[in-house]
Design a protein around this ligand. Sequence first.
Ligand code: SF4
Length: 326
Amino acid sequence: MKAFSFSGYRTFQKCQRQWYFNSKAKGSNVKNDPLRREITMLSHLRTLAAWRGQLVDDVLSTEMVPAFNQRQEFSLDDALSVANKLFKKRLRFSQNREYRDPNNKKSHIPEEFSPLLEHEYDIPVSDEQLEDAWLEIEIALTHFFQNESLVELLRGAEHLDAQRTLNFKLEGFSAVGTPDLIVYSKRQAPLIVDWKVHAEPVKRYNQQLLIYALALHYNLPLPQYRHRFSWRNYPLTDYKLIEYQLLKDDLRHYTVTEDYLFQIREFIIEGAYKLQLAGANDSYNFDDLQDLEQTDDPEICLTCSFRKICSHEQKPTNYQPNLFDW
Ligand code: SF4
């Protein structure tokens, strides 16, 4: 059964075929099926914009958060030094197409395994674009660590949870959310933070954060969260939500109200129902693909990892993608 997720549903709304490749066809146990193996490999590709965002995410989630949890120092210099190491490793790995080697598994080499869509599709990436990508990583991390009040809050927290997968059920539908960060501070309701590295942050992510709040609220009473006992009795409306647009140093606070909660529940149920109708709960069958709608927007296809196996005839476009706008 494929659980509803905010990102999965957004993909479904853009292109049902892309959702199918990403959610149903890829898998961890597909080594005897060459097509699904290829789909799984392609699903790892990221545009340069998403690639640099993932790198920032990894530095904060896998380096900063464990250090803060253990009351260790972790400064901007430390973050930049780790980021620089990852940047070089990942770029080399991708340029050499080492992700095509079946012996290289993401779970074995997470530091390197971050292939660029541009390399797979022979889209030239100039030195200038790479310099810009590095500069934006520096800017994003600098903004984060210069936000003293947030960093102090994280350092002083009882516990931080990064990239915790939270499964829950709503009206019989399965749903899942993975917030970037949950902050548990003494005598305070949980704080959920989602960071983004978008050049033009026009969209707001309050829906996504509300889903995370709901997911956390359903999970806290479970036995495996008994060490979070102090936070389980806070009403959802006390939760704090922050979207941090790192490139713009723009911290967006969202409130949780009964009205928003009602709307987000409706949103999840409607989305999960549509995914179910599209076969989210059915077992994998490649023939199902022909019943799904494909996007009409050639710009979406331009950034799609699955172009080479999608039989959709792409419309010509004069659009010249700016690698940093996606
Ligand atoms: S190439 Fe276009 S139509 Fe095909 S899956 Fe990707 S976005 Fe959808």
